[in-house]
Design a protein around this ligand. Sequence first.
Ligand code: GLU
Length: 449
Amino acid sequence: MKKVRVRYAPSPTGLLHIGNARSALFNYLFARHYDGDFIIRIEDTDTSRNVPGGEASQLKYLSWLGLTWDESPDKGGAYGPYRQLERLDLYKKYANDLLERGLAYKEYRENSDKYAIRFKVPENVTYTFNDLVRGTLTFESSEVEDWIMMKDNGIPTYNFAVVIDDHLMDITHVLRGEEHITNTPKQLMVYDAFGWERPQFGHMTIIVNEQKKKLSKRDHNVMQYISQYEEKGYLPEAMFNFISLLGFSPKSETEILSKEEIVKLFDPTRLSKAPAMFDKDKLTFINSRYIKALTDDTLAEMVKPYLEKDGIEIKSESWLLELVGLFKDRLSYVGEITEYYKNFFHDDFKLSEEALNFLVENQSLELLKIFKSVLDKDEAFDKVSLEQAIKDTGKEANVKGKVLFMSTRIATTGDMHGPSLPVSLSLLGRNIVLKRLTQTIDILGGNNA
Ligand code: GLU
């Protein structure tokens, strides 16, 4: 069997979009699964749409996602150059060949010796190909008009250049988005005109949002660019995992899969025919699973820049580790730490009606007064001493279990439920805790009695 060679062929028109990232990732999986080559080729012939830095940023975010490739403009390779604008002589040569054989014709611009070249669409030909995703697809040549393959500035159009390149680069499989299905018959005509073997095509379904509408760059409900996920602190491994499930269902009990596992499980027959839904809850779920799997030390390093950016003082390394330990299980993305931090250390301490009712119904006032006097004497105010303080309070007040734990929590954090209370209180620090406790006792009428 021929060595598998696939390619991702972005136009350098901007940041890496989720849809393009998916095309790249599936080509990567295909190449790695079959021990083939993965090539990156830059399709820059639509010069008005190219943006400076577009190519570099594509490559940057593909690497961030954990993709590696074998040939590309930055790496080189035996089939270069890998930018279409550097291959203009090749397109010219093949275009002239078609002209000479009468399979294409010149179209002169008015009062000028400049011309475009049109491909002459053969009459009464049926084009059929077996799509990896959709099965057999058929087009009639009568549905296609003679199309421009070379513009009058000597630059080829996509449909011509893509065939020359895929052929010369020995591409065996073309996996791309379904918006290219209608381009495929034009490309087949070019393969046939040169008598070249066609690659196997596979067109992946569109990605839709939760309202089943095609993801569009203007849809502000879904972050569309990989850079946005990086900024917020989504983990690249989680993004890789999530994107690989957009239109592919691996044969596996779990959807939490490492890159190596997905490469192994990749199977083009399991690419979905229905649109792939971008399920934000699923992404949150996957990302938080990956965050939970980090060590506290690793996560502490990762949260630092977010805290610093928000001007939050990192009191000490051990303080940071406690903070991270407290919220690790709740983070949807690493940058969310600052929101948790702010909610937790907020100044305007308020009790919800539900929380207040709990204290009233359980007659927690006496208990809280005792708690305060115990805390007054707690010099260390660390998680060990605070755990003891809660125990001592229970003993002295003769209160146990839910009433003890929830009352002390509500009175100092305002929350009915939450992470470890001794850790929370040690992080909040003595001043805030005593201030809040006094406020709660006030509200319950404790200081007037
Ligand atoms: N430059 C095209 C795109 O970005 C590539 C299409 C293809 O893979 O053939 O959509």
